[in-house]
Design a protein around this ligand. Structure first.
Ligand code: 0X9
Ligand code: ZN
Length: 827
């Protein structure tokens, strides 16, 4: 059958304008006939289409042979054929070696297999009917010429530096530079990627101090890839639930999720999220629960997602391993079985498949230049770019890898504010509007229509468990203590730091700053591993997941245990809200709520701000009655956004200010504290209740010349630095500690630099000032509308329900005994 097609390849030509950095050429090829484009198989066979090039005539498979007319990209696409849609997959092989070149294995028949090919390379496009009723699908193959970039020039050398941001305003200065900030950092500095000389100029011009952490990211990237090859070639299973030893390709994720579902039909359901991506890919997820098909069974939903950011491969690996963990555990481990039986688990390993596929299939250049697709972060949105940069495909286009929207700045939560890019080329571009991207709308729809009580979104890197809010100016939620406790517990397993997201720097429009504030479901970001977006698999995936050296969670359980803690929290009624009552079999109960939440005042490219946008959300949860009493897990009816803000009522006045006396003399200059301990040390005492209630202290010192530099550190009785202020170019320092525990402290003054050492400019006016805690604020309470509809879809019950976290509300016989529904029925 295939030989018939040998001379009429289904090739369409792609013509892309030549641009700087990448040269494209037009390609001409014979037009394909309609018949060539229809692939057919009379029987389905559930197999991995990408595993092997099968002989012509194999059942369930059709094929086409083509020769690449270009050096560049092949793009093979499938679309549903006529009639009912089934599940077809696609793989492109090198005819000579039989090696897979590209593949796609999503759940339906919309596939995009894309990768690099060379001119005259002979390819076989293999279409596989995996399952379902469709005997045919429609195939298209495009080729796109491009010129390889070659190795980066010296000016393109990418490095990681640590930028010192000792003063609060330094973080603002750094954010304003719009550089590629990592999530690795602490109170006084952040690691930043410099993609080349232009970035180096920008940073130098800012006056911020910085030091190199990794001078050659290209080399690191090549070395990491080599280590990964060596690790995988040992041929031994890893300690992961799947035994996997190497980073998966997108098509492997897709195929594996389907196979999990096929092998466990009552426990696992694979499904496609609501909208395809900008490049037309389906986004694939699995749901794991006892009697999985009854999604309206009233159980709390625990959601784990990965790869909002294309280059953050470990995030997808941890997510899919968690799916395996739950399935294996359900069969073999009593405690996991019991947790799975009481919850519903949704896993979306790859939220941004367009970006991930590009990053995963790219050459490991790791040079972070505009055309380094391996280090692409964003999605594949092209139409926010200038018109001349909108051409080409996402893997090869004149705008390069910087084209696109940052999915983790596109959620509505505080959208448009600090820490998000305003223009198309920013690595943190927020998009044209809140939820302008299909990838974020997919998650919005999932979270809005299910009682997602618990959510973790996985990223790399920085060893962090982050909780809302992402912006310092948004005060902590009223229930900060419980959110913090949950974050801290998970961090005790993976060894990460548990902090509010703003603790590193401000961001707006991130996942949980929408999901938590709008729905009340707990939401955390994990930043996996201490260094690198996709460092060696053995460290960033295996060790971080199972909790083995060199991970910070070694011996503590690792992310596996952290995810189990989150699952246990989802199973715990004290951590969400519960409705109980009685409903006849076949009736459907629904709680829903529609509300508007303002974004941030919207920052404009010219530095001005426009008024906030009001974003309408509709959240709901459905319960399908099996008759009799029900127990239904939902989120609290009041949004954390309006419920209030955390604080503490003062129990006593704050302590009186303490002057810090300057000891005689001036210590020697010291630029390497604490390595060199030379400094002046002044002790002070923080009093306890009932004498004083301190919400914070501020230690301040000043001196005469801004060319002199004193640095200030505050240590507790154990010698830990609990606050510091070490800026340059000022004549004062202020170090702040919130909620300082009572005890002995020491202010440490380091003589960093004297304008005139012969005539020392000593510090003066040292003080410790105390302030009261800020009281909590309490907002309004919101209700759900609860409806009951009978088997015919008629409304038979209607009431309002207020329910708090940890509370169980009995709604009684809501379908048969609802006064409001009765009134409506009589009308
Ligand atoms: O910037 C992000 O979207 C996340 N970090 S990453 O390096 N993976 O891109 C973290 C967002 C939340 N963090 C802060 N508010 N700092
Ligand atoms: Zn990320």
């Amino acid at each position: 059958m295939s030989s018939r097609h040998r001379s009429t390849p289904v090739v369409r030509a792609a013509v892309v304008a030549g641009v700087v950095g990448l040269a494209f050429a037009g390609v001409s090829a014979p037009a394909a006939t309609a018949q060539d484009r229809v692939v057919r198989a009379d029987r389905a066979a559930a197999r991995a289409c990408h595993d092997a090039l099968l002989p012509p005539g194999t059942a369930g498979v059709d094929r086409r042979e083509v020769a690449s007319p270009v050096d560049g990209l092949v793009q093979a696409r499938l679309a549903p054929g006529e009639g009912r849609e089934g599940d077809w997959d696609l793989a492109v092989f090198d005819e000579g070696t039989g090696g897979v070149v590209a593949a796609s294995s999503a759940l339906r028949s919309r596939e995009l297999a894309e990768s690099f090919v060379t001119k005259d390379q002979r390819l076989v496009v293999q279409a596989c009917r995996y399952g379902g009723p469709a005997r045919t699908a429609t195939l298209g193959v495009d080729f796109l010429a491009l010129t390889p970039r070659g190795t980066p020039t010296a000016a393109e050398r990418a490095e990681v530096v640590r930028v010192e941001t000792p003063r609060p305003e330094d973080k603002g200065t750094l954010l304003g530079l719009d550089l590629d900030l990592t999530e690795k950092g602490d109170a006084t500095g952040v690691e930043v990627v410099l993609a080349g000389d232009a970035d180096r100029e920008t940073l130098r011009g800012s006056g911020l101090e910085y030091a190199t952490v990794d001078a050659d990211l290209s080399r690191t990237s090549r070395e990491d890839a080599a280590r990964d090859r060596a690790y995988a070639s040992r041929g031994r299973a890893s300690g992961l639930p799947s035994g996997r030893t190497s980073y998966r390709h997108l098509y492997e994720y897709e195929h594996e999720l389907k196979e999990l579902a096929r092998g466990n039909p009552r426990l696992v359901r694979a499904f496609t999220l609501a909208e395809p991506t900008p490049e037309g890919r389906d986004v694939v997820a699995v749901e794991i629960a006892k009697d999985v098909d009854n999604a309206a069974d009233g159980k709390a939903v625990n959601l784990l997602m990965g790869v909002h950011h294309a280059r953050e491969w470990p995030a997808g690996e941890h997510a899919i391993e968690w799916a395996h963990e739950l399935v294996n555990g359900y069969h073999r481990d009593n405690s996991i079985r019991s947790l799975v039986a009481r919850t519903r688990n949704v896993v979306v390993p790859i939220v941004n498949p367009d970006g991930f596929s590009i990053s995963r299939e790219a050459e490991p250049n790791g040079d972070f230049t505009r055309f380094d697709y391996e280090m692409k972060r964003k999605n594949c949105r092209a139409d926010d770019s200038p018109p001349q940069l909108r051409t080409g495909v996402c893997k090869a286009n004149p705008g390069g890898a910087v084209r696109g929207t940052d999915p983790n700045r596109n959620y509505a939560g505080f959208w448009g504010g600090a820490g998000a890019g305003v223009t198309w080329s920013s690595e943190t571009f927020r998009g044209s509007a809140p939820f302008s991207e299909p990838e974020t709308r997919n998650i919005r729809e999932l979270v809005s229509r299910r009682a997602v009580t618990n959510l973790i979104t996985l990223h790399t890197y920085g060893n962090l468990v982050l909780r809302p809010p992402g912006v310092a100016s948004v005060r902590a939620p009223l229930e900060e203590p419980v959110v913090k406790a949950l974050g801290d517990r998970m961090a005790s397993r993976n060894g990460y730091d548990s902090i509010p997201s703003w603790g590193l720097y401000d961001t707006t429009g991130t996942t949980e700053d929408w999901s938590y504030w709008a729905t009340g479901g707990f939401g955390f970001t994990f930043e996996i591993n201490p260094g690198g977006f996709h460092p060696p698999y053995e460290d960033a995936v295996v060790a971080e997941y199972v909790g083995a050296a060199p991970a910070a969670g070694a011996g503590k359980g690792g992310n596996r245990a952290a995810f189990l803690d989150m699952l246990a929290n989802a199973a715990d009624p004290a951590a969400h809200s519960t409705l109980v009552g009685v409903a006849p079999e076949g009736h459907r109960l629904k709680v829903h709520k529609t509300f508007r939440t303002p974004t941030s005042p919207v920052r404009q490219p010219d530095g001005s701000t426009a008024p906030p946008i009001q974003v309408t959300d509709a959240v709901e949860s459905t319960y399908s009655s099996t008759g009799g009493r029900f127990t239904w897990a939902v989120n609290p009816s009041t949004r954390p956004y309006v419920a209030g803000r955390y604080g503490r009522d003062p129990q006593a006045p704050p302590q009186a200010a303490i002057p810090l006396a300057n000891p005689p003399g001036v210590p020697a200059e010291n630029t390497t504290f604490p390595g060199n301990p030379v400094a002046e040390r002044i002790p002070f005492t923080v009093r306890a209740l009932p004498a004083a209630d301190n919400g914070r202290f501020d230690v301040s010192v000043s001196w005469t010349s801004t060319s002199t530099d004193w640095d200030l550190f505050v240590m507790d009785a154990a010698g830990q630095v609990v606050a510091q202020s070490a800026s340059g170019g000022t004549n004062s320092e202020v170090a702040t500690l919130l909620d300082p525990p009572a005890g002995e402290y020491t202010a440490v003054l380091v003589n960093y630099d004297q304008v005139d050492p012969a005539n020392p400019d000593d510090w003066a006016a040292g003080r410790v000032e105390f302030s009261s805690p800020v009281p909590p604020t309490y907002g309004v309470e919101e209700a759900y509308t609860l409806t009951c509809t009978d088997r015919q879809g008629r409304l038979v019950g209607l009431t309002d329900v207020f329910v708090d976290r940890g509370e169980t509300v009995d709604v009684g016989e809501v379908c048969t005994d609802s006064a409001r529904a009765g009134k409506q029925r009589r009308r």
